[in-house]
Every structure is written in structure tokens, then in C-alpha cells.
Design a protein around this ligand. Structure first.
Ligand SMILES: [Zn+2]
Ligand SMILES: [Zn+2]
Length: 352
């Protein structure tokens, strides 16, 4: 089978590898749709394979890292002890798998499982293995397209997670810093949650246009004006209830802190990659009574089923995120396009 593999930092190769065999608790899925995510770029360009092996035990194989953690497909084979999945079922799996038995899993924090949960890998292949399928996979209801169904595996769960971990309520004012795929999902999540004024910030005009489509009432181009000053003016200098950081830079983290009202919530979902520290400004009125939450993609079957229910029953259409369609054999070129952020690219649908 064809697999997109990271051989060394910045380098990808399409390889011909054997179809995996499912071990106990595992299923093998025949991929019908995969996509590239910002996290893939951190893995490819920034983090050496050795560091990945330490930070994400179990994901680096001898040949290199099989790329891709977001996928939809059809169950091909089922391992021993898997209940409720049969060959032919359409399925998705959380990009972070979980054991279901460790302390974190029992708290419901499946994405930070310490009992063997890991990052899903190898979805940019004709077949991929899902460990702990009983906990980490879900069936896709009829009527949900592959392009919708793939989003709960990571970016929709992360973006919506930024909103629900901030305990956003009806009418809350929300600013979302960066309108890449995760930020757009946070914007859509704020709208779905019944928030009030929603403000989207980015520097790319196409992304700001998309933010309006996803529920932003006001958009600010940070390349043309100072978003902190604009947001304070928009809120009569009160600040916002919730500010979401959705890209992972010091500048956006700082700006998100500065626009919070006193007692507001800073919700961080950006991936800071190899950046070891972010610093928090103290010279703002919200510092003394500020809540900071960070969220790693909420995972597990229950989460997937809840997000699929939103896609099935609410007027939430995240389909426009797919701006490009490419074939698996061209995955390395898809990475180049995604890295360059040209052609208005947001998500690239990769099909076999
Ligand atoms: Zn992802
Ligand atoms: Zn666990």
C-alpha cells in the first residue's frame, strides 16, 4: 500500500509498505479521505524524529514517521476484542487515541491519556491502523460526507474545545486570534454555542472572508491595524469575555491576553511547537483576575459522536474549509502548498 512517510526533517517520500495487521483492540481502516493539519507541519519541519520518539512514544517507526492523523475510511479488518465494528463500517477515529482505563481517561480527559494513548499516525496512506478502537473510534452516520466527518477527528474538536473549555455562554463576546482551520472551527463553535459578538483576527484576507462565513460578526486584518486597539474600541474598552489563541505564537498569545475583560478567560489551543515558552503580559486590567485554559484536542468515541451529532442536526457547515483536492500519490506536493499558505489554502482533501 502507498504511504506518505517523513524520512528526515522537511523531507517526505511516498513508500510502498505492507497493509498493517490489527492487533488486539485495533482496527485497520481503508482510507477514503485524509487531510493535512498544522500539527503535521510541526512534525515534518520542526521536530526531529528523535524528539518525536520521546514526546510521543510509539509513533515513530524504524522507516520514519507515517504521516497523517486525520482520516475517514471503511473498516477493513478487526482485531481481537473489538466490539461493535465490522468490516465495511464507515468510521472515524480521534487523532489522539486513549486507553479508557488510566486516571486521565477516567476523568474524561481522553486526549491526555497516560495508559498507552498515542497520536494516530499513517492516515495519509491507503490503509491505517487505529489502536484502542473501542474507546477512540466512532461510526459515521449516513448522510454525513467524508469532508464533514473528518473534522471531529481533530480540528473541529480542538476549535469547539476552545469554546467549551472556556465555558462560553449565550451572548458572550469572543475574539478568536487567527482564522486558520482551528481558529475557524472556534469561530463556528462560538456561533453554535450562542455567543454574542464574535470577532475574528487574521492577516490573510481569504481567511477573514471565511471567518465571516463561519459566524464572525466583525473581522480585523492584523496586518493593517492593531487588533488590540480595535477590539478594545469595539467593546467600549471593557474587553471580551473570551479570547481564543488559535495559532501558537507569542504575539497572538499576548494580544489575546490584552483584550480580555477583568475575569475573562484566555483559551489557548494554538500549537507552540518547539517554542519552549510563552510569556503573559501583566500590565493589563485583566491580569489579576484572569482564567487561562489550554486544550489538547478532546478525544474519544463520546466526543466524536457528539460532534457528529452537531454536524448532522445543527446548521453547522464546515465543508468550505476544503479549498483543495489532491491524490494521495501527490501528498508531498500537498504539503508544499499547505506550508506556503498560498492559493487561499485551508484544508486539502487527500483521496486514494
Ligand atoms: Zn490535526
Ligand atoms: Zn488512558
Amino acid at each position: 500500500m502507498l504511504v506518505c512517510v517523513k524520512t528526515e526533517n522537511g523531507k517526505l517520500e511516498m513508500m510502498d509498505l505492507p497493509i498493517p495487521e490489527p492487533g488486539p483492540g485495533q482496527i485497520v481502516v481503508k482510507m477514503t479521505l485524509s487531510t493535512i493539519c498544522g500539527t503535521d507541519m510541526h512534525f515534518l519541519d520542526e521536530i526531529p524524529n528523535e524528539a518525536l520518539a520521546i514526546g510521543y512514544p510509539g509513533i515513530v517507526q524504524a522507516e520514519g514517521l507515517p504521516m497523517g492523523h486525520e482520516g475517514v475510511g471503511v473498516v477493513h479488518t478487526v482485531g481481537e476484542g473489538v466490539i461493535g465494528f465490522e468490516p465495511g463500517d464507515r468510521v472515524i477515529a480521534s487523532c489522539l487515541t486513549s486507553c479508557g482505563r488510566c486516571t486521565e481517561c477516567l476523568h474524561g480527559d481522553y486526549s491526555v491519556c497516560t495508559g498507552g494513548g498515542t497520536m494516530l499516525t499513517g492516515c495519509q496512506a491507503e490503509y491505517y491502523l487505529v489502536p484502542d478502537a473501542n474507546i477512540s473510534a466512532a461510526k459515521v452516520p449516513d448522510g454525513i460526507t467524508d469532508e464533514q466527518a473528518i473534522l471531529p477527528t481533530d480540528i473541529m474538536s480542538t476549535g469547539f474545545g476552545a469554546i467549551d473549555r472556556a465555558n462560553a455562554g449565550f451572548g458572550d463576546t469572543v475574539a478568536v486570534f487567527a482564522q486558520g482551520p482551528v481558529g475557524l472551527c472556534a469561530t463556528a463553535g462560538a456561533a453554535a454555542r450562542g455567543c454574542g459578538l464574535i470577532i475574528g483576527v487574521d492577516t490573510i484576507p481569504e481567511r477573514l472572508e471565511m471567518a465571516k462565513r463561519f459566524g464572525a460578526d466583525v473581522v480585523i486584518n492584523a496586518a493593517e491595524s492593531n487588533p488590540v486597539a480595535e477590539i478594545m474600541a469595539l467593546t467600549n474598552n471593557a474587553g471580551v469575555d473570551i479570547a481564543v489563541e488559535a495559532v501558537g505564537t507569542q504575539a497572538t498569545f499576548e494580544a489575546a491576553n490584552l483584550v480580555l475583560r477583568r475575569g475573562g478567560t484566555l483559551s489557548s489551543v494554538g500549537v507552540y511547537g518547539m517554542n519552549p515558552t510563552v510569556t503573559m503580559p501583566t500590565m493589563s486590567m485583566s491580569f489579576l483576575h484572569r482564567r487561562v485554559v489550554s486544550t489538547l484536542c478532546p478525544s474519544g468515541r463520546d466526543r466524536l459522536e457528539h460532534l457528529l451529532a452537531v454536524l448532522q442536526h445543527r446548521q453547522v457547515d464546515l465543508g468550505p474549509l476544503f479549498t483543495h483536492h489532491m491524490k494521495l500519490a501527490d501528498a508531498p506536493q500537498a504539503y508544499d502548498l499547505f506550508r506556503d499558505k498560498t492559493e487561499g489554502v485551508l484544508k486539502i482533501a487527500i483521496t486514494p
